[in-house]
Design a protein around this ligand. Structure first.
Ligand code: 7RM
Length: 654
């Protein structure tokens, strides 16, 4: 296992304030414990009760039918529902059409739009009709390649309405990433925008990227282009359609499709260790319920609260906690197009003051980058509307936790450190804000119905507290992914092989003497940079596309801002001479192939890489060198050529 050192106890414990507890959905640790016990004792009963939160067209026959040995996972079989009805229609029907669904804050602070549930209802129906008119049918896949604009929510919900399976591709991804994702799930339609606006970038070439991709995506028939900037883009007659025109010229009525609870709702690609991204597939009923229930309890959402999740919809956090969970709960959400440092480092705090945000959910990497700019930025703004803070994506360390707590939350806002994965659909380990005393850096305790366990490398479960090992889940929950799209065997192999009968998260953890969970990082070769899940193999593949490169190996190393950054070891083809020019070109190549978030922070040219006799690169050694832990390289006797280690150490980039 390659776990970062676990934090050392004892950590201070922060009790929820009376103000946080009194009105909370769960207001004491004993109430949490009782409910938690009950949720395990009668798991089906618990979820059946929770499922009453949603509108069902037809009630389910069976709550759960899950078997991790056979890797078969089904929730609410026989039940029928529609996700867009649950996120939009029912709120309007129940008399809440005037409630603001989305407060859109543009990249430019002067640009704001408010969209009520009624307006959203109309837009979603028009979009659903436009998709149908372009030939999209139930079960077809639709690629959504957009920035953070309201049309993102409309497009997602329109797909859900007609039973099309959406696959959102992060707006910063390159044409090449787009091609592989579109082809893997044979998308019929792409929804994109002319150009994008983000920070100082005023013309991100979204449609142009689609144009680059489309020659190599034979299944794509139509491209919808949202007018965002009005920049001139090529429009191919008969294929490309302006989104706004299509919506305006269609009917504002479209009946939601009755979907089986187990029908796919969406695919979201996440990095895999072999380099080929995995199409994580989520099912309609279980996913929607899980997103809704966790949003309700973890963010303690109550009608009237203004809730802001800063995550991009291109990641799972945006799917679950910007779109599906909050909208199912009739929340008012802030959707932000910009970046934390534009026009200056006060932007987040300015937006909180402007929209009187009550609940704020962001990533530790964003906090680190803002913390280093000093307290003067947040201190300029009135943050008194805040009552709850959250984090996600990576472990949060003490300095930024304390800063978040004191400088942003003024000491009175509980912080929920939420641990989960693309694969889990929603939050699994987390404090409940009115109930759970928190320790900075710990995601604390399991959510209702969740059964974490800690395993040794040898596959034995470690019972009791103060144990370290691999984090697994011993039973299913409704939000669990159902399969890897088009490759069920990969689903089985990745998550259920290492510990038979259990779901392996890939993370290491420490369950401390109080039973609190501390996530210590990935045990395999995924690197989490600024909260983005990046496969080492993908980056190596991209570097390898440079003509001069023979071979590359990348590892993560601790980085103050990004949490983990990428260190690349590159062997050039014989006859090629290492230079700053090649270094720059390699960097550009990675940006072009995968996007800027995957570019290596450090790059070392190496004559050879440490390999085993069977040819496997020993990343353990590369990690130690990157981390500058040179005294402790471990056993190098299994290397084919132990001498390469010395030359790697001497060429280390500081
Ligand atoms: C939601 C999301 C998943 C991986 C996960 C962990 C790490 C996420 C936390 C965390 C420590 C947290 N999905 N991770 N949240 N580690 N504390 N609160 O991030 O699929 O992109 O990444 O992220 O390693 O396995 S993800």
């Amino acid at each position: 296992m390659n776990n970062a050192a676990a934090p050392t106890p004892p950590a201070p414990s922060y009790k929820p304030t009376d103000a946080a507890s009194v009105s909370a959905h769960v207001s004491s640790l004993s109430q949490y414990s009782a409910l938690y016990e009950e949720s395990l004792r009668d798991n089906d009963g618990f979820w059946a009760k929770q499922a009453e939160r949603l509108d069902w067209i037809k009630k389910w026959d069976k709550v759960s039918d899950c078997n991790f040995n056979e890797v078969s996972i089904r929730w609410f079989q026989g039940g029928k529902l529609n996700a867009s009805h649950n996120c939009v229609d029912r709120h309007v029907q129940n008399g809440h059409g005037d409630v603001t669904a989305i407060i859109w804050e543009g990249n430019d602070p002067a640009q704001t739009r408010k969209i009520s549930y009624r307006e959203l209802h109309e837009q979603v129906q028009r979009a659903a009709n436009a998709l149908k008119a372009s030939g999209v049918q139930k079960g077809d896949r639709v690629c959504i390649y957009l920035q953070m604009i309201p049309e993102m929510a409309v497009a997602i919900l329109a797909c859900a309405r007609i039973g099309a399976v959406h696959s959102v591709v992060f707006g910063a991804f390159s044409a090449e990433s787009l091609i592989s994702r579109i082809n893997d799930s044979s998308c019929k339609v792409i929804i994109t925008q002319d150009t994008g606006v983000r920070g100082t970038k005023q013309d991100i070439p979204m449609k142009a990227n689609v144009d680059k991709a489309i020659g190599q995506t034979p299944t794509v028939e139509k491209v919808f282009v949202v007018r965002r900037t009005g920049s001139i883009v090529e429009m191919k007659e008969g294929r490309d359609i302006v989104w706004q025109t299509a919506l305006d010229s269609t009917s504002p009525h479209c009946e939601p499709e009755a979907m089986d609870a187990e029908d796919p709702l969406f695919i979201l690609y996440t990095s895999g260790s072999t380099g080929k991204p995995k199409g994580v597939l989520h099912a309609t009923g279980g996913y929607l319920l899980y997103a809704s229930v966790t949003h309700h309890y973890v963010f303690d959402y109550k009608p009237g609260d203004v809730y802001w999740c800063t995550a991009d919809v291109g990641w799972i956090t945006g799917h679950s906690y910007l779109i599906y969970g909050p909208l199912a709960n009739r929340a008012t959400v802030v959707m932000f197009e910009g970046v934390p440092n534009f026009p200056d480092y006060g932007r987040f705090w300015q937006v909180i003051e402007k929209h009187k945000v009550n609940i704020f959910y962001t990533a530790p990497t964003a906090l680190r980058s803002l913390m280093k700019e000093g307290d003067a930025w947040p201190d300029q703004y009135n943050l008194s509307s805040l009552r709850l803070l959250g984090t996600v994506g990576e472990p949060i360390k003490s300095p930024e936790w304390t800063w978040y707590h004191k400088v942003i939350g003024k000491g009175h806002c509980p912080i929920v450190d939420t641990w989960w994965q693309t694969e889990t659909g929603g939050i699994l380990i987390t404090p409940l804000p009115g109930a759970t005393p928190t320790k900075p850096g710990s995601a604390t305790l399991p959510f209702f119905g969740i059964r974490p366990a800690v395993m040794t490398d040898q596959g034995e479960e470690l019972h009791g507290n103060d144990v370290r090992g691999c984090l697994v889940l011993s039973g299913s929950w409704p939000g669990q992914m159902r399969t890897v799209y088009g490759d069920h065997q990969r689903f089985v192999d990745t998550y259920f092989k290492r510990f038979p009968g259990k779901y392996f998260t890939g993370d290491g953890c420490w369950r401390d003497p109080d039973g609190y969970y501390w996530i210590t990082g990935r045990v395999d070769d995924i690197i989490i940079v600024s909260g983005h899940n990046i496969g080492t193999a993908e980056v190596e593949g991209a570097i390898g596309q440079h003509n001069s490169v023979a071979e590359a190996a990348v590892v993560g190393y601790p980085h103050d801002i990004k949490g983990t950054a990428i260190y690349a070891y590159v062997t050039l083809k014989t006859g090629q001479v290492a230079s700053d020019q090649i270094r720059k070109e390699i960097n550009l190549k990675v940006r072009e192939v995968l996007g800027p978030h995957a570019a290596p922070e450090k790059l070392q040219f190496a004559d050879g890489l440490p390999k085993t006799r069977s040819g496997k690169i020993m990343r353990r050694i590369l990690r130690k060198i990157a981390e500058n832990e040179l005294d402790n390289l471990g056993d190098i006797s299994t290397l084919a050529e132990p001498a390469v280690v010395e030359s790697l150490v001497s060429g280390r980039v500081n």
